[in-house]
Each structure stands twice: as C-alpha cells, then as structure tokens.
Design a protein around this ligand. Structure first.
Ligand SMILES: *[C@@H]1O[C@H](CO)[C@@H](O)[C@H](O)[C@H]1NC(C)=O
Ligand SMILES: *[C@@H]1O[C@H](CO)[C@@H](O)[C@H](O)[C@H]1NC(C)=O
Ligand SMILES: *[C@@H]1O[C@H](CO)[C@@H](O)[C@H](O)[C@H]1NC(C)=O
Ligand SMILES: *[C@@H]1O[C@H](CO)[C@@H](O)[C@H](O)[C@H]1NC(C)=O
Length: 365
C-alpha cells in the first residue's frame, strides 16, 4: 500500500524538478478574500469572486504553470497612503479571463495632480503582470498612478482590456486646478514577445510606454486623454527592436505617436519601429514627436541612443489642433541613422515642426 502511494508522489516530484516549475493540481480554487489565496493557487483553475483587498496589502497570485483564472466579480482595493503594487501575478502559460469584471484602484483617494512627483504616496503600479499566456477581458478603474506594468516571462497576449481613468481629467480640491490624475500610464512594458490588442485606455499619461524589448505588437487599441503611444522613455543600455504599432486610434491627446530617448542615455539601440493604419485627432502638442532630449521637449539631444528604421507604411492619418506641431524630429549628432520611409504618413492642421534628420523619405510637411 505504502509503495503505491509513494510512486505517484515521486513521479510528480520528478516532473516538478525537471521543469523547475510549479505544477498545478486538478482542482478549482475559489478566492473570496486574501485568506483564500494560499489554498487556491495550487489548483489548475481559480475563480475570483467579488471582494475588497484590505488597504496596504498586495493581492498576489503566484500561479502554477498552466493555471486558468476566471473572474466572477469585481475586486476593489482599500485606500491607504503606500507604494503598492495593488495586484501582482506571476506564472507561465496562464489564461486569465476577467469576464468583463473590474479591478477598482480607488484613484480619487490618491489623486492630487502630482502623480509620482510628490504629495500622497500612491500605489504604483496598480497591476504588475509577470506571466506568459493570455490576459483578457479585464477592466481597470481609476489607477492611483501607473496602471499596468508588464514584465511577461515569455509570449503574452493582452486583449479586450479597458483602463478607465477618465475621472482623473477633472481637477479636485488637492490638484490646484490641474487634472487630478497624473502619471497614469496605461501600459508600461519592458520584455519581449508582447501583444496588446483591442483595448481602450482613457488616462492622463502615455497610453503605451515601451521601455525595452523586442517583437512587440500594439494593435486595434483606442487611446484618449493622455500623451499618446510612446516608445520610451529610453534609458541607458537598453534595446528596443521590431515594434509594430498598427490600427490604433488616438484622440484628445498631447501627442499621437512619439519616440522619446533620454538626453543622458548611453549604449542603447532603438530599431525597427513600424506604424501603419493609425489615426489620430484632437492632438494638442505634436502629431509625431521623435525627440532625443527627454525629459526636455526639443531641448539639447543626446547621442547615446542609436535610432534606426522608423517607418510609416500603409496609411497613418493624423489631425492636430491649431497651435500644435505636425511633426518634430530632434536627433542627436549622428545617432539617427539609415533611411526612414515615411510615405505612409499624412498629418494635417497646426504648423510644421522642426525636423533635423535628413534620412526621412516620402514625407514633407
Ligand atoms: C503620505 O505618506 C508620506 C510618507 O510616506 C507623508 O509624507 C505624506 O504626508 C502622507 N500623505 C498623506 C496625505 O497622508
Ligand atoms: C517581429 O514581431 C512580430 C510581432 O509583432 C513577430 O510576429 C515577428 O516574428 C517578429 N520578427 C522577428 C524577425 O522576430
Ligand atoms: C516607401 O514605402 C512604400 C510603400 O509603403 C514604397 O512604395 C516605396 O517604394 C518606399 N520608398 C523607398 C524610397 O523605399
Ligand atoms: C538637432 O537640433 C539640436 C538642437 O538644435 C542639435 O543639438 C542637434 O545636434 C541637431 N541634430 C542634428 C542631427 O543636426
């Protein structure tokens, strides 16, 4: 009897140690409070019911490989002056389906117009996602500061998401007349092989900010109220390559499409950024801004980030407001290289901005 019990246990151990991964048991775990998490995370299937996460605690899911998670209710985070994150998920080959349910960050408690630059300490990011697999049908409401930090361990597809920080557009009693929400980036990404698609971001900062990574696809998304779709800001010793930004719609934002590299950065490379099928309107500052002087805008650029292969193909149609620049390109000395085919870019409205890279073909403003 004993022998037969040991054998399967040994087999399971062998599987676990040969792959160095947590193995899930065939069971369904249910989470209706943080105290349910430890028992639930060993299961192949997890259901999250509606509950409130106590203030000052992170809802952490450290999942076994291959776990499926379904939301069956909304999750609300308690309010506290602390640095978060509010939610953290890790695991491989995960299927996370929000089924349209909401994670509510209770942003209005924190918003003071200062974001991460001072004032109230804000949980940041709201959601730390460190999985491979799929993450879909999730709504985020009112992130205190940045919404998603994505550090996927292998290929991840994020789809049909909503980030609604639109309530942060209005000033409040703490924000001195400015928008109350600040530094509310939609997606901050830093790894390879990530797709973000068919999602809606309403916020007060970058819709997408690619800090690092290769083989990235951003498609079919709608961005409004913020700073547009960004590669960067790029720091030192970083590679970004093979980025496709296609069929997105940007409205009422500072920029439509931007690449920003830090003036102080060195030993970094950004290459192969392709835009197609994007539309934008209600742009207040720049239609397209490629600027190597970040955090300044059109300041003295650095030359430590090599930038090449920026292409506009198909049709990208951008309308900027009067007072905005259509296109501005501010390259460091010798750091923008090659030929950039911009035959697929049309920008109207506003006025022409400065362009100081001579390798652009197929476009005049
Ligand atoms: C939040 O906490 C910080 C210290 O972590 C403190 O300086 C600040 O005054 C607090 N703000 C509020 C509104 O409680
Ligand atoms: C570039 O990225 C796309 C995803 O957008 C991927 O399908 C493709 O294989 C990548 N190309 C290379 C050469 O890795
Ligand atoms: C630029 O790309 C278009 C297609 O998007 C192509 O027709 C054209 O030949 C390219 N121009 C150059 C100079 O490569
Ligand atoms: C672009 O303009 C900036 C600011 O005037 C200057 O510092 C930089 O060297 C210029 N870059 C090129 C490639 O001419």
């Amino acid at each position: 009897m004993r022998f037969y019990q040991i054998l399967p246990a040994f087999a399971a151990l062998a599987v676990a140690s040969s792959t160095h991964e947590l193995q899930a048991r065939a069971c369904t775990g249910t989470i209706s409070s943080l105290s349910d998490v430890a028992a639930a995370v060993g299961c192949t299937t997890i259901t999250i019911n509606s509950f409130t996460v106590p203030a000052g605690e992170t809802f952490t899911l450290a999942l076994a490989t291959g776990t499926t998670v379904n939301m069956a209710g909304d999750v609300t985070f308690g309010e506290k002056n602390w640095s978060g994150p509010l939610f953290m998920i890790t695991g491989k080959q995960i299927t996370f389906n929000g089924n349209g349910h909401t994670f509510n960050g209770n942003g209005p408690f924190y918003w003071d117009g200062q974001g991460l630059n001072g004032g109230v300490t804000k949980p940041d990011p709201m959601m730390h996602v460190e999985i491979s697999g799929t993450w879909s049908n999730v709504k985020l409401l009112n992130s205190p500061a940045r919404a998603y930090s994505v550090a996927n361990t292998a290929a991840l597809v994020m789809s049909d998401l909503t980030i609604d920080n639109s309530a942060g557009d209005a000033p409040n009693s703490q924000s001195g007349g400015k928008a109350a929400g600040h530094n509310t980036d939609g997606f901050d990404t830093s790894k390879n092989d990530l797709t973000i698609q068919n999602s809606v971001v309403m916020n007060q900062d970058d819709c997408l900010a690619i800090n690092k990574g290769s083989n990235l696809l951003f498609t079919g998304n709608t961005c409004s109220g913020g700073h547009g779709i960004s590669v960067g800001s790029i720091s030192s010793s970083v590679t970004v390559s093979n980025v496709t930004i296609t069929n997105n719609k940007v409205t009422n934002s500072m920029q439509a499409l931007r690449i920003k590299t830090k003036a102080s950065a060195s030993s970094s490379t950004v290459s192969g950024i392709t835009y197609s099928g994007n539309t934008a309107s209600g742009i207040t500052d720049f239609g397209v801004l490629i600027d190597q002087s970040y955090p300044s805008t059109l300041g003295t650029p650095g030359s430590g980030v090599k930038l090449s292969g920026v292409t506009f193909s198909g049709t990208n149609t951008i309308t900027v407001n009067s007072g905005a620049d259509r296109v501005a390109v501010n390259c460091g000395s010798g750091s923008c290289t090659g030929t950039w085919n911009w035959s697929g870019l049309k920008v109207s409205g506003g006025s022409a901005g400065p362009i100081n890279f001579s390798g652009i073909t197929g476009f005049t403003q």
